[in-house]
Design a protein. Structure first.
Length: 226
Protein backbone atom coordinates (compact mmCIF):
# COMPACT_ATOMS: atom_id res chain seq x y z
CA UNK A 1 0.00 0.00 0.00
CA UNK A 2 1.40 3.40 -0.98
CA UNK A 3 1.50 6.60 0.96
CA UNK A 4 -1.94 7.79 2.12
CA UNK A 5 -3.18 11.31 2.67
CA UNK A 6 -4.77 12.21 6.03
CA UNK A 7 -8.23 12.13 4.45
CA UNK A 8 -7.54 8.66 2.97
CA UNK A 9 -6.47 7.36 6.39
CA UNK A 10 -9.74 8.59 7.89
CA UNK A 11 -11.89 7.15 5.09
CA UNK A 12 -10.11 3.80 4.61
CA UNK A 13 -8.66 2.99 8.05
CA UNK A 14 -10.75 5.08 10.42
CA UNK A 15 -7.62 6.82 11.74
CA UNK A 16 -7.55 10.55 12.42
CA UNK A 17 -4.79 11.76 14.74
CA UNK A 18 -6.02 15.33 14.17
CA UNK A 19 -9.42 14.65 15.75
CA UNK A 20 -10.42 16.55 18.88
CA UNK A 21 -12.12 14.83 21.79
CA UNK A 22 -13.07 15.68 25.36
CA UNK A 23 -13.24 13.93 28.72
CA UNK A 24 -14.81 14.68 32.10
CA UNK A 25 -13.78 12.35 34.94
CA UNK A 26 -14.01 12.03 38.71
CA UNK A 27 -11.09 9.74 39.55
CA UNK A 28 -12.11 9.99 43.21
CA UNK A 29 -15.43 11.18 44.60
CA UNK A 30 -15.70 9.81 48.10
CA UNK A 31 -16.78 10.09 51.71
CA UNK A 32 -13.94 9.62 54.20
CA UNK A 33 -14.24 8.71 57.87
CA UNK A 34 -11.53 10.90 59.41
CA UNK A 35 -10.53 11.58 63.02
CA UNK A 36 -12.24 15.00 62.77
CA UNK A 37 -15.47 13.66 61.24
CA UNK A 38 -16.85 12.70 57.84
CA UNK A 39 -15.28 14.51 54.89
CA UNK A 40 -16.22 14.73 51.22
CA UNK A 41 -13.14 14.49 49.01
CA UNK A 42 -12.71 14.68 45.26
CA UNK A 43 -10.18 14.54 42.46
CA UNK A 44 -11.63 15.59 39.11
CA UNK A 45 -10.41 16.55 35.68
CA UNK A 46 -11.75 17.73 32.34
CA UNK A 47 -9.78 17.94 29.10
CA UNK A 48 -10.23 18.73 25.44
CA UNK A 49 -7.87 18.49 22.49
CA UNK A 50 -5.99 16.13 20.22
CA UNK A 51 -3.18 13.61 20.57
CA UNK A 52 -0.42 16.23 20.68
CA UNK A 53 -2.00 19.20 22.48
CA UNK A 54 -4.71 19.30 25.12
CA UNK A 55 -6.25 21.84 27.47
CA UNK A 56 -7.00 20.44 30.93
CA UNK A 57 -8.86 21.62 34.01
CA UNK A 58 -8.31 19.65 37.21
CA UNK A 59 -9.27 20.02 40.84
CA UNK A 60 -8.57 18.22 44.10
CA UNK A 61 -9.92 19.01 47.55
CA UNK A 62 -11.81 18.15 50.70
CA UNK A 63 -14.92 19.56 52.37
CA UNK A 64 -15.84 18.98 56.02
CA UNK A 65 -18.54 20.34 58.35
CA UNK A 66 -19.95 22.58 55.66
CA UNK A 67 -16.70 24.27 54.64
CA UNK A 68 -13.81 23.63 52.29
CA UNK A 69 -10.76 22.51 54.24
CA UNK A 70 -8.49 22.72 51.21
CA UNK A 71 -8.99 22.70 47.45
CA UNK A 72 -7.12 23.65 44.33
CA UNK A 73 -8.08 24.37 40.74
CA UNK A 74 -5.57 24.08 37.88
CA UNK A 75 -5.78 25.17 34.25
CA UNK A 76 -3.08 23.46 32.20
CA UNK A 77 -1.97 23.12 28.60
CA UNK A 78 -0.41 19.75 27.82
CA UNK A 79 1.89 18.87 24.92
CA UNK A 80 3.06 15.37 23.99
CA UNK A 81 6.86 15.10 24.26
CA UNK A 82 7.22 11.29 23.92
CA UNK A 83 4.98 8.23 23.62
CA UNK A 84 2.83 8.13 26.79
CA UNK A 85 4.34 11.37 28.18
CA UNK A 86 3.03 14.95 28.24
CA UNK A 87 4.58 18.19 29.41
CA UNK A 88 2.17 20.60 31.15
CA UNK A 89 2.24 24.32 31.93
CA UNK A 90 -0.44 26.51 33.47
CA UNK A 91 -1.74 28.04 36.67
CA UNK A 92 -3.10 26.80 40.01
CA UNK A 93 -5.27 28.53 42.60
CA UNK A 94 -5.66 27.28 46.20
CA UNK A 95 -8.58 27.99 48.54
CA UNK A 96 -9.56 26.77 51.99
CA UNK A 97 -7.59 27.00 55.22
CA UNK A 98 -5.67 30.28 55.29
CA UNK A 99 -5.43 32.86 52.50
CA UNK A 100 -5.93 32.00 48.85
CA UNK A 101 -2.72 31.32 46.92
CA UNK A 102 -1.95 31.40 43.20
CA UNK A 103 0.88 29.59 41.42
CA UNK A 104 2.45 29.08 38.03
CA UNK A 105 2.61 25.35 37.25
CA UNK A 106 5.17 23.27 35.29
CA UNK A 107 4.81 19.51 35.17
CA UNK A 108 5.01 16.16 33.45
CA UNK A 109 2.64 13.20 33.40
CA UNK A 110 2.56 9.82 31.75
CA UNK A 111 3.08 6.09 32.04
CA UNK A 112 6.34 4.82 33.50
CA UNK A 113 7.64 1.27 32.82
CA UNK A 114 5.33 -1.47 34.18
CA UNK A 115 2.35 0.91 33.70
CA UNK A 116 2.78 3.13 36.72
CA UNK A 117 0.89 6.39 36.24
CA UNK A 118 3.12 9.33 37.18
CA UNK A 119 2.19 12.97 37.65
CA UNK A 120 4.75 15.48 38.97
CA UNK A 121 4.24 19.25 39.02
CA UNK A 122 6.42 22.09 40.29
CA UNK A 123 4.86 25.41 41.32
CA UNK A 124 6.15 28.95 41.70
CA UNK A 125 4.02 31.38 43.71
CA UNK A 126 4.00 34.86 45.12
CA UNK A 127 6.67 36.11 47.54
CA UNK A 128 9.16 33.48 46.39
CA UNK A 129 7.01 30.49 47.32
CA UNK A 130 7.73 27.18 45.61
CA UNK A 131 6.06 23.78 45.82
CA UNK A 132 6.18 20.28 44.40
CA UNK A 133 3.43 17.68 44.11
CA UNK A 134 4.08 14.12 42.93
CA UNK A 135 1.56 11.29 42.46
CA UNK A 136 2.08 7.64 41.63
CA UNK A 137 -0.73 5.16 40.88
CA UNK A 138 -1.00 1.60 39.69
CA UNK A 139 -4.00 -0.46 38.61
CA UNK A 140 -3.95 -4.21 39.28
CA UNK A 141 -6.66 -6.04 37.35
CA UNK A 142 -7.87 -8.81 39.70
CA UNK A 143 -10.74 -9.82 37.41
CA UNK A 144 -12.33 -8.23 34.34
CA UNK A 145 -14.33 -5.95 36.66
CA UNK A 146 -12.46 -5.89 39.98
CA UNK A 147 -9.50 -3.47 40.11
CA UNK A 148 -7.11 -2.80 43.00
CA UNK A 149 -5.53 0.64 42.89
CA UNK A 150 -2.68 1.65 45.26
CA UNK A 151 -1.79 5.34 45.20
CA UNK A 152 0.75 7.63 46.87
CA UNK A 153 0.87 11.44 46.79
CA UNK A 154 3.34 13.82 48.40
CA UNK A 155 3.59 17.59 48.73
CA UNK A 156 6.71 19.63 49.48
CA UNK A 157 7.20 23.38 49.88
CA UNK A 158 10.17 25.71 49.69
CA UNK A 159 9.28 27.90 52.69
CA UNK A 160 6.98 28.09 55.69
CA UNK A 161 3.45 29.43 55.20
CA UNK A 162 2.03 29.54 58.72
CA UNK A 163 -1.28 31.08 57.61
CA UNK A 164 -1.93 28.02 55.43
CA UNK A 165 -0.53 25.53 57.96
CA UNK A 166 2.33 24.57 55.64
CA UNK A 167 5.95 24.00 56.65
CA UNK A 168 9.06 24.04 54.50
CA UNK A 169 10.36 20.72 53.16
CA UNK A 170 8.30 17.54 52.89
CA UNK A 171 4.87 18.65 54.08
CA UNK A 172 2.59 15.60 53.80
CA UNK A 173 2.27 12.15 52.28
CA UNK A 174 -0.95 10.28 51.51
CA UNK A 175 -0.95 6.55 50.80
CA UNK A 176 -4.14 4.72 49.93
CA UNK A 177 -5.48 1.49 48.46
CA UNK A 178 -8.89 1.36 46.78
CA UNK A 179 -10.76 -1.66 45.45
CA UNK A 180 -13.33 -0.81 42.79
CA UNK A 181 -15.92 -2.80 40.92
CA UNK A 182 -16.48 -1.63 37.35
CA UNK A 183 -20.20 -1.99 36.71
CA UNK A 184 -19.23 -0.32 33.47
CA UNK A 185 -15.84 1.07 32.52
CA UNK A 186 -17.36 4.51 32.97
CA UNK A 187 -18.88 3.87 36.42
CA UNK A 188 -17.22 2.05 39.31
CA UNK A 189 -18.02 2.22 43.06
CA UNK A 190 -15.13 1.49 45.42
CA UNK A 191 -14.02 0.99 49.01
CA UNK A 192 -10.60 1.73 50.40
CA UNK A 193 -8.31 2.88 53.17
CA UNK A 194 -5.96 5.84 53.23
CA UNK A 195 -3.24 7.03 55.58
CA UNK A 196 -2.23 10.70 55.67
CA UNK A 197 0.86 11.92 57.51
CA UNK A 198 2.22 15.44 57.95
CA UNK A 199 5.89 16.05 58.55
CA UNK A 200 8.19 18.69 60.02
CA UNK A 201 6.77 22.15 60.55
CA UNK A 202 3.50 21.13 58.84
CA UNK A 203 2.99 18.56 61.61
CA UNK A 204 3.82 21.19 64.24
CA UNK A 205 1.31 23.64 62.77
CA UNK A 206 -1.39 20.93 62.73
CA UNK A 207 -0.80 20.13 66.41
CA UNK A 208 -0.88 23.85 67.28
CA UNK A 209 -4.30 24.03 65.63
CA UNK A 210 -5.54 21.04 67.65
CA UNK A 211 -5.30 18.47 64.85
CA UNK A 212 -3.33 15.23 64.62
CA UNK A 213 -0.22 14.93 62.49
CA UNK A 214 -1.45 11.60 61.07
CA UNK A 215 -4.85 10.24 60.14
CA UNK A 216 -6.01 6.80 59.02
CA UNK A 217 -9.33 6.80 57.22
CA UNK A 218 -11.82 4.48 55.53
CA UNK A 219 -13.19 5.78 52.22
CA UNK A 220 -16.17 4.86 50.07
CA UNK A 221 -16.92 6.47 46.75
CA UNK A 222 -17.37 6.21 43.03
CA UNK A 223 -15.12 6.68 40.00
CA UNK A 224 -16.89 7.83 36.85
CA UNK A 225 -16.16 9.48 33.55
CA UNK A 226 -17.75 10.39 30.25
Amino acid sequence: MGAMSPSDMVDVMGMDDRARHGLVAFDRFEAADTDAGTALAWSARASYGGDADRLALRSEGERMQGRIEHADLELLWGHAIAPYWDMQVGVRHDVGHGPDRSWAAFGIQGLAPYWFEVNATAYVGEQGRTALRAELEYEALLTQRLVLQPRVELDAYGKDDRAAGIGAGLSDVAFGVRLRYEIRREFAPYLGVEWVRRFGRSADFARDDGADASDARVVAGVRWWF
